[in-house]
Design a protein around this ligand. Structure first.
Ligand code: ADP
Length: 573
């Protein structure tokens, strides 16, 4: 229930629109009832062969209600869909705003298929919160009140009878339907999530599945997830059919009961025959708004589950917060790392253990060491994806936790091993680094990055994940992004590790040219062209074990020299 109230508080800003839609929904059903009542009146009255003038009122009524029903239905749909789209866009913006600060630290526990399901389907299911969950009971209640009042004019007993049948159709049938379909909506949603996860794994890992012969097994899993979902959907359809029949039975029961209660009054002259026909058809029409109620309860269950899944993400506290009054980005870009330690949540060992070093603005340093030494963790802490457990990083003697994380990231260009390209054009992928860049600037950056042949292809699609580009071209796009972003600090995290020897040399040369004058931190486990660095830090098991220039480290006979010898012996084989 708490979740439901949290969800309704999200749609509160549209309260008056929803009230108007419910009122128009009620007027629409009321017109339907009026149409049947006036039709019954004409038919019953005409059977007594009165002069045509006596039917004029009825005919005008049929025209009026028939016309009003169409117009009102249109207005009701227009308003309720408008509310739905407003809710949808609000929910999506609200979700994206909330999820962004959680990346990457808080989102790494979620599978991407699961996240996609939450962002797309869960929000989609919540868009119906008015049209399917809140709207129908409101309309049904208003129609029940109208009928109670109408029948009350003729007989209190008939009014109580219609109330009883409406309560059965409005409370007992939906409740029964809920009991029978308990867990079905949630089950269907869970199967959909499982399907989404399997489908994403299928598309992303199809190569591996093929190579290891696991494709048939994976397809079987996808098939069985589909079958389990279909089974639940079939049960759901059966229950839906059942509640429609039950509402139909109740409607007929109400007609019989009311006729039974009113017929004696016809013989005593308390009510005339024509009114009896009119009332009978009104009773039939009044059950229409009760038909969607069992579905409303099921949607309520699905929406509460969707809300629960969304709030699970949204209630997660971001790892890093922007300070309420951030200090503006310092002019001095000297970096100082002091006694920095960090342990990943759930891990027993420290990824970084009491690290200290400094980089003067404009210096080029290298962080080297075997895989798992903690090199990338330093980047994550510097970019404020995570907060250090102990120690601090300062920039121009300002602790980076006092800066606005977005501004900090804008001032650091980070190139990783595999540059992510969006399934967009070259232009869009470059504009990420400088949204207001002109075509001339984009072309200049491409040329400087060694992608002259792309300057005439700004609008060419890069393919899914940039598949249409080679590894070298993707890294060169990253170089073009560095040029456009023009940040004073550049971090290259194994930026050339995936490239073949020749391309690696070319890309490294371009990187050296464009980072001249900037602060450069190169993270690498491959020791190449190390003579050019102002300082080299050797990291092992989260600790700095050696520091110095290339030739100094080579004299030390430590890990650095061992790594160097190993790599260069291998290269000479
Ligand atoms: P390197 O960049 O030197 O290869 P990392 O900084 O990526 O090393 O990793 C340092 C240690 O932290 C490793 O033991 C690694 O397994 C662990 N680690 C890295 N990322 C995570 C994470 N998100 N959650 C838990 N442990 C992690």
């Amino acid at each position: 229930m708490k979740i439901f109230f949290r969800l309704t508080s999200l749609v509160k800003p549209y309260f008056w629109w929803m009230a108007l839609a419910a009122l128009i929904g009620f007027a629409t059903t009321g017109s339907g009832i009026g149409l049947l009542m006036t039709s019954a009146y004409i038919i019953a009255k005409a059977a007594l062969q009165p002069p045509i003038a006596a039917l004029q009122l009825g005919i005008a009524g049929v025209r009026f209600f028939g016309f009003a029903r169409g117009v009102l239905r249109y207005a009701e749909r227009l308003i309720s869909h408008n509310i739905t789209f407003k809710i949808l866009s609000k929910l999506r913006l609200w979700f994206y705003d909330a999820i962004e600060p959680l990346a990457p630290a808080r989102l790494m526990h979620f599978k991407s298929g699961d996240l996609l399901q939450r962002i797309v389907d869960d929000i989609q299911s919540l868009e119906n919160i008015y049209t399917r969950v809140l709207g129908p009971p409101l309309t049904a209640m208003l129609v029940a009140a109208l009928m109670w009042f109408l029948l009350g004019i003729y007989s209190m007993q008939a009014a109580l009878l219609i109330l009883l049948f409406h309560l059965l159709a409005g409370i007992a049938v939906p409740f029964l339907s809920k009991q029978l379909s308990r867990g079905l909506s949630v089950g269907i949603m869970n199967h959909k999530t499982a399907q989404q996860i399997l489908a994403l794994d299928f598309f992303q890992g199809i190569g591996e599945l093929q190579v290891y012969g696991k494709l048939p097994e994976h397809l079987d899993l996808m098939r069985s997830a589909e079958n389990s979902k279909l089974l639940l959907q079939r049960q759901n359809a059966l229950i839906e059919g059942m509640h429609e029949s039950l509402t139909g039975i109740l409607m007929n029961g109400a007609v019989i009961a009311i006729l039974w209660s009113l017929i004696p009054a016809v013989s005593t002259g308390g009510i005339n025959g024509i009114s009896l026909a009119v009332i009978t058809l009104a009773v039939i029409a009044s059950f229409e708004p009760f038909l969607p109620l069992p579905a409303a309860i099921k949607h309520l269950e699905a929406d509460t589950h969707a809300g629960e899944r969304l709030f699970e993400i949204l209630d997660a506290k971001p790892e890093t917060f922007a300070p309420s009054t951030p200090i503006s980005f310092p002019v001095n870009h000297d970096i100082k790392v002091e006694k920095l330690s960090f342990t990943y949540p759930g891990s027993h060992s420290k990824a970084l253990d009491n690290i200290s070093f400094s980089v003067r603005a404009g210096q080029h340093i290298a962080l080297v060491g075997p895989s798992g030494a903690g090199k990338s963790t330093i980047t994550s802490l510097f970019m404020r994806f995570w907060n250090s457990s102990e120690g601090q990083i300062t920039l121009g003697s300002v602790n980076i936790s006092l800066l606005d994380p977005e501004e900090l990231r804008r001032n650091i260009s980070l190139v990783s091993q595999r540059t992510y390209l969006f399934a967009e054009t070259i232009r869009e992928n470059l504009l990420l680094a400088k949204p207001d860049a002109s075509d001339e600037e984009l072309k200049k950056a491409l040329s400087a990055a060694g992608l002259n042949h792309f300057t005439s292809k700004l609008d060419e699609w890069t393919g899914q994940h940039g598949m249409k580009l080679s590894g070298g071209e993707r890294q060169r796009i990253a170089i073009a992004r560095i040029l456009l972003q023009n940040a004073p600090i550049v971090i290259l995290d194994e930026a050339t590790a995936n490239l073949d020897g020749l391309t690696e040399k070319e890309v490294t040369d371009t990187l050296n040219t464009i980072t001249a004058g900037k602060t450069l931190i190169t993270i690498t486990h491959r020791l190449k062209a190390m003579e050019g660095y102002n300082n080299i830090l050797v990291l092992d098991k989260g600790m700095i074990t050696e520091t110095g220039l290339h030739h100094e480290l080579m004299e030390k006979n430590g890990l650095y020299k061992r790594m160097w010898n190993l790599q260069h012996e291998r290269a000479s084989l």
